[in-house]
Structure formats: C-alpha cells, structure tokens
Design a protein around this ligand. Structure first.
Ligand code: GLN
Length: 308
C-alpha cells in the first residue's frame, strides 16, 4: 500500500534555508536561562531543524548532529507514557488540564490552584508526573521512560550527564518550593525522588532527528495505547505547551507545540508529520525565538494550522 502523501513533502529547500537564516538572525536578541549555567553557554547562533512527513520523507537544515537536552519538551512524553502505563484517572487525579496564565515555574499559580498543578506542561505538573513514573529510584524511573520512548519512537535519546551534573550543582529553589507545596497539598509523597526524577528526565537529550521522531509518535505510532492517548497529549500541547503564549500561538500558527528552556521546540501536524527545531535563545516566556519564527513561516506557507 502506498503511504499517504503529506503537505510537508512539498516544502522546498530554498525557502526553508531562507527562513532558517532569518530565524538565526532574530534569535540573536534572545536570552538564556541564567539559572541553568550550562544552558547559558549555548551557541547563540546554533540552529537545527528536521521535518518528518507521514509518507516517510524527512529533511532539514542546520546542525543535524548537534545534541541538546529536551528540558520541558519531555513533558508531553512523560504524560503520554503515564497515560499508557497508568491510565487517565491516575494521571488527571493528580494534574489539571487547564491553560496557565503565569510563568512555567510559578509558585503563585500553584498556590492559586490550591496545590494541584494546573496542567502537565508547566513545572509543577511535570514534577507530579515524575513522581508517578514507575521505578524504585530516579535512575530506574528515567531509564524506564527512556527505553519506552526509544523503543517506540526509534529514537536514540540518552541522559546528558554533564547537563545533569550542572543542574544538580545549581539547586533550583523555585522547583523545590513547588515540590514542597505539593507535598503539603498531598499531591506528592516524596519531594526528593520527584525532583530527582524530574531533573533527570529534563536532561534526556538527542538531536532534532530524535525530536521529530518523538513527534511522530503522536502522529502515526501504530501502537494502540499511544494512538488512544495521543489526542489528549496533542490537545494539551496546543492549549498549554507554550505556557502563557499558547493562545497567541494557536491563533497565529495553530499547531500543537511544546518548548523547552534549552531552545528545543516540537510541533506536531496531525495527519501530516512533525517538526523538531533547536535554536537556544529564548523570549520572555521561555520559548525559542528562532523556533517560533520558523514554525510560523512553515505553517503559513503550507497552510498547516489545525484550525484551517
Ligand atoms: N528543567 C527546567 C526547569 O525546571 C525545565 C523548564 C523548561 O524547559 N521550561 O526549569
């Protein structure tokens, strides 16, 4: 049987290269997360994108071999894993599914919500989910997730130990406060293992190929449990994946998308494919400037918005 064709396959290399160059240019004015020193040393002009289409084609631009930590881009995949392993009730008893209006690490947001994380795409939500991953300790929990993802996505994610050392050497008071608040509200039992697991899974790393392959899990995985739950994950990416910028991005671009403070960003185009991008400088909401720009150009040119 012939694979279905994808709008993505019609993208020509020349406009892609021109948009990528403009993305690199716009990114120059961006910021780095000062609270993660190793991320703050990233190459301001580092750039890579991979586009994978449902018909099996893939192509890209930039540093295809460059590896980077997923950071918050791992969050939809922690969610997917837990939905498949534990089911909806166990997950949504512990985390909400409403968009947030405050920054991704806001204690204020969590307190407003009486200690129940607003959604799985912000830090509090992902810390709760990390506490639910099956496994004896943080290392085995992260390993379980890593193997599950690599097997199903055919990716080569690995733990970036250098990044993890740097994260551990710079304790994040903000995330600690979130975890303690959730111990208080009863959503987390053990803040230490929750945070240790969270930090480790945020340091899962790979290339834009791995990123785009992860995205394809939400497009055509062939696994029955994943197909059943991917609608939920995509809906939460579309409504919450870029934090306070999610609504604006839905109007302008219209693709389920998740960003991370490393500058990684992933968009899923249901029925068509996935776009993984890496461009480290961030805007004030913590989203990749170059990545957002590139996604918008591609989505507009190919009329990819899910709302079209
Ligand atoms: N590990 C990062 C943190 O906890 C992830 C946040 C992000 O990528 N937005 O701050």
């Amino acid at each position: 049987m012939k694979a279905p064709t994808s709008k993505l396959s019609s993208l020509q290399p020349e406009p892609l290269a021109a948009w990528a160059k403009e993305a690199i240019n716009r990114a120059k004015s961006g910021q780095f997360p000062a609270y993660l020193p190793l991320l703050a040393q990233a190459d301001r002009e580092g750039f890579a994108v991979q586009i994978r289409a449902i018909d099996g084609q893939f192509f890209g631009f930039g540093s295809a071999e460059k590896t980077f930590p997923l950071m918050s881009v791992v969050k939809p995949f922690v969610l997917l894993y837990l939905l498949c392993e534990l089911g909806e009730t166990a997950v949504f008893d512990n985390v909400g599914c409403e968009p947030s209006e405050l920054p991704f690490n806001s204690l204020n947001q969590l307190q407003t919500d009486k200690g129940k994380p607003r959604n799985p795409m912000i830090n509090s939500g992902a810390i709760v989910l990390a506490s639910l991953i099956p496994g004896e300790n943080a290392v085995s929990r992260c390993q379980n997730l890593l193997e599950w993802l690599n097997e199903r996505a055919n990716s080569q994610l690995f733990v970036d130990e250098l990044m993890l050392d740097s994260v551990n050497a710079t304790p994040n008071q903000n995330n600690l406060d979130l975890a303690l608040e959730m111990v208080e509200s009863g959503y987390i039992q053990d803040s230490e293992i929750a945070l240790e697991t969270y930090n480790r899974v945020c340091c899962l790393a790979g290339t834009v190929t791995d990123l785009a392959k992860l995205g394809m899990l939400l497009v055509n995985s062939g696994d029955r449990a994943i197909s059943e739950h991917s609608r939920t994950v995509k809906a939460l990416m579309a409504t919450c994946g870029l934090y306070q910028a999610s609504g604006r991005f839905a109007v302008r671009v219209g693709l389920p998308t998740k960003s991370g403070v490393s500058g990684a960003i992933l968009s899923v185009i249901p029925g068509e494919g996935a776009i993984g991008c890496y461009s480290p400088p961030l805007d004030k909401e913590g989203n990749s400037i170059g990545g957002l720009f590139l996604l918008e150009q591609i989505a507009k040119a190919l009329r990819l918005s899910v709302f079209d």
